[in-house]
Design a protein around this ligand. Structure first.
Ligand SMILES: Cc1ncc(COP(=O)(O)O)c(C=O)c1O
Length: 524
């Protein structure tokens, strides 16, 4: 009997077996594994070079009958994987994102099949808590802090600020989760704070404009004196939280946590630290002192899908009191959830739901992210992550050193962590923003180094950010070489530059060959 849209609706279409393959994973994963290993050699060029082909292959009418697992598997290998993202390429240092390390991918696959939900008394459920506690210990969070996984830094910030909102309004006798807010609230952040802070304020009913931007220094760090002034000018609005950065997205700057935390304490104000990117920086002994004051935090977030190398979809929020989180986010009871479990001892994994993570945040169904973080840390341990963080921070510093030593380069913001903001300046004349914009686009197109750009104090910078497990010092070297080589090409063509450059090039080359520092791009 055929099943399809053209069937008689009265016909009995109940089939014994589902059309979806639900097994043979060893076979299919082996095939996908081979395709992915090939992908990871990055010999396939960029997807857009073949866009006509894969778009035509993929944009098809909705299949009426389906093609079966063998064809789907072949299409994944042929059309999807080789036309995937440049993000896992170690030459990519754009934004703050990276490809998954193997252990995280394996644990993700294991969870998808063996424990699709984090609920129940399973090994996966246990690892939610074990790995959150590991993260808290690893990053030296205030004693007793407990965590919650969510989809990433945006939701992690939302959950933290939702908990802060709960605390602030409860302190004036109102339950905002139940009754909503009855007066304006204020969140104190800087222009360098992640833009999802404003969205979180909107989602929480405070409104985007509840976020007051406090003045920052040239590095993007909140000025403690400006915070004091902003608090004094808070009129009759309810202060909800101070948001500090432990690693700004733009340039990796770390706020003076000790000073800001002390001010927040003085005002009995929630102190939130956004360490989505930068919190693992505490593992680098050279950077660690900048985390002084972390112990004052009421909430902290970190994204395992950044420096830890987890597949995208894992952020973590930590707070001192998960009961407050629960009051902020608990769902009203659902019979089908509550009624499914027994009181008393459990002898079956479905006798209890386990820790009620669904009541601490905004997701009910959620994958087992803890097993992924557990696998990543179990594989390389604290020391493995420390080595990675130190290597990436050293790469950013190395770029700054090369830029300092090279007359055609300039550093626009010195690295704190693994981001270095610098640019090609040639002889310093012409429109350097336009030149670097063109340089950047050309560099990305060539694909040997793919950073992003940003604006530092009004000037356009090339911005590599290293977080990927595959990225090594050679990639940092290659990136600087590319900037020099392409910068010279563009200047040689007269793009964005004043006259007279060629005459000066000879002097620059002579200076370079005399310098005891690094070989020039051409020499590599
Ligand atoms: C400091 C900071 N906070 C929050 C976020 C948002 O994280 P996600 O993209 O995981 O939602 C980012 C993203 O880069 C970030 O750098």
């Amino acid at each position: 009997m055929a099943v399809g849209a053209d069937n008689d609706p009265d016909e009995d279409i109940i089939m014994e077996r589902d059309r979806a393959a639900c097994g043979d994973l060893g076979h299919w994963l082996q095939q996908i594994g081979r395709d992915l290993d090939h992908f990871l050699r990055f010999e396939h060029g960029d997807a857009m070079a073949r866009a006509g082909d894969w778009r035509a292959a993929l944009v098809r009418p909705l299949p009426a009958h389906g093609v079966g697992i063998e064809a789907v598997s072949a299409e994944i290998g042929r059309w999807l994987i080789p036309n995937g993202s440049q993000i896992p390429n170690p030459a990519s240092s754009a934004f703050i994102t990276t490809g998954a390390a193997t252990a995280g991918a394996l644990a993700t696959a294991a969870g998808a099949i063996a424990a699709p939900q984090r609920i129940g008394l399973t090994a996966f459920n246990l690892l939610e808590e074990v790995s959150l506690d590991w993260l808290a210990e690893l990053f030296e969070l205030p004693a007793g802090m407990k965590g919650l996984y969510s989809s990433g830094g945006s939701v992690a910030n939302l959950v933290a600020l939702g908990t802060a909102r709960q605390a602030a309004f409860e302190a004036v006798g109102r339950d905002p989760a139940r009754d909503g807010v009855d007066r304006p609230g204020r969140i104190f952040a800087t222009a360098a704070s992640h833009h999802t802070i404003r969205r979180a304020a909107a989602v929480l009913g405070l409104g985007r404009d509840a976020v007051r931007l406090v003045a920052a220094d040239a590095m993007g760090r909140m000025k403690p004196a400006a915070l004091r002034e902003a608090l004094a000018a808070c009129d009759d609005a309810l202060p909800v939280a101070v948001v500090a950065n432990a690693g700004t997205t733009n340039a990796g700057a770390i706020d003076d946590l000790a000073a800001l935390g002390a001010i927040a304490r003085l005002h009995r104000l929630w102190f939130h630290v956004d360490g989505a990117y930068g919190l693992p920086g505490i593992l680098d002994p050279r950077v660690r002192p900048l985390f002084r004051g972390l112990e004052l935090a009421d909430s902290v977030i970190v994204d395992p899908h950044k420096w830890l190398g987890a597949p995208v979809g894992i952020g973590a929020t930590f707070v001192r009191d998960r009961a407050l989180m629960s009051r902020a986010f608990t769902q009203t009871a659902a019979d089908y959830l509550e009624g499914a479990c027994e009181d008393g001892d459990a002898s079956h994994s479905m006798d209890k739901l386990g820790i009620p993570y669904a009541d601490f945040g905004v997701e009910l169904s959620a994958p087992c992210r803890g097993a992924v973080v557990w696998a990543l840390l179990r594989e390389i341990g604290r020391e493995g992550l420390r080595e990675r963080v130190c290597r990436h921070n050293a790469m950013a510093r190395h770029i700054a050193e090369r830029a300092d030593a090279h007359p055609e380069l300039e550093v626009l913001q010195r690295p704190t962590l693994s981001i270095c903001c610098f640019r090609y300046r040639g002889d310093g004349s012409g429109d350097l923003d336009a030149l670097n914009q063109r340089l950047h686009r050309e560099m990305v197109r060539r694909g040997r180094a793919m950073p992003s750009t940003t604006v530092i104090n009004g000037r356009l910078a090339i911005r590599p950010c290293f977080v990927g497990a595959r990225a090594t010092m050679a990639h940092a070297e290659q990136l600087v070489d590319e900037v020099i080589a392409i910068g010279r090409e563009l200047v040689g063509r007269g793009d964005g530059f004043a006259q007279g450059r060629r005459a000066r090039q000879h002097n620059i080359d002579t200076a370079l060959s005399r310098s005891a520092g690094h070989p020039t791009g051409e020499q590599r």
